[in-house]
Ligand binder design. Sequence first.
Ligand SMILES: [Zn+2]
Length: 279
Amino acid sequence: MKRWGPAIDATVLVMLLGAGLASPYGVARWYGALAAAFVGIAGSILALESMATWISERSSARLQGPRTRPRLAWRGARDTALASLVAASLLAWPLARMGAGEPTGLVWTLEEAGGLGPTIGGNLLAVLVLDAWLYWKHRLLHTGAFFAFHRAHHAYRDPTSLSSFAVGPVESLLTFWPIVLVAFPWAPHYAPVYFTLVGVFVVLNLYLHSGVSSRLVEATLPRLYVNTSAFHNRHHANADVNFGEALTLWDHLLGTREGDRRDPRPKPAPASSAGPSAA
Ligand SMILES: [Zn+2]
């Protein structure tokens, strides 16, 4: 799979971009929506990532001490642009439907969303289900066959915010596919909450990869089982632990936090019985 990973990534990207040729809302409209979505997503994410990197690289609260590993800033920006293209190819569907005057799942009143109770309950459930998906997706990407699609993200051993969304096409599709759900009227998304949650996810992901920690944030978010920079940075330094992406719930439940796992390496023999090989 290591050899085929880049070819499968490229095929997935071509299929996502080629799908617009079958758009029932007009091919020109779909590719117009794709272009607008790409400029909007890549432009805003790269601007936010650059600002966050500029600030955090000047901070003294670095988690891995003085930087010895490369930032890979240009590589991060390039990979982010590619991931934005995948996200844009998904967003193009609800946008094209809107452009064609068809109903979508994006609603602006609580009444259309099903009322206050169902909206709160539905969004809480959606966050938990999405977090479970992100955790298990990440575990899957760390199994032998699938690591080919995730390996590049682990090049950022001491990450910067420019690596926050620097993932390949297959991983981008597995992460961003829920965007397509907005196209369907049977899946109402209450716009004020939906855009807030997307914004929170983006800002959280910038922090997770910033390479620095904030004392206030680290004292608050872990109490709510929300992921933090101190927690996720350890996953970049040691890829065997801390798989949670949005929350840390599943790492707690399954004992995959750093410190939960026993060190699989054999312990060194006591000094008194150490042979010549221990020297
Ligand atoms: Zn990983």
